[in-house]
Design a protein around this ligand. Sequence first.
Ligand code: ZN
Length: 94
Amino acid sequence: MTCDCEATFSEKFLERAKELYPDSKDHSAELKNYAFVFNREGGMDLRGFIPVELTHTVINKKTGATRLKKEKTSLLFSYCPICGVKQNLAEESK
Ligand SMILES: [Zn+2]
């Protein structure tokens, strides 16, 4: 990742949680939908993503019976959704 938006905004939300809930303890804040993914150099990059659910009806060729099936995949962001910076320096140099 070429920007620090995830860390910066996690810290801002943590500060906000402490303001909102001053009588609580052990505050934490985590931006969801970020994951470490392999880059082209074999290293790891932290990338934002949108979870995607694919739904389809499987048809049994012999019996004609159907059953609903759901598959999960992700759409990785090529650019930071917060600041717009390209997410991977390694890909940028190609
Ligand atoms: Zn950013």
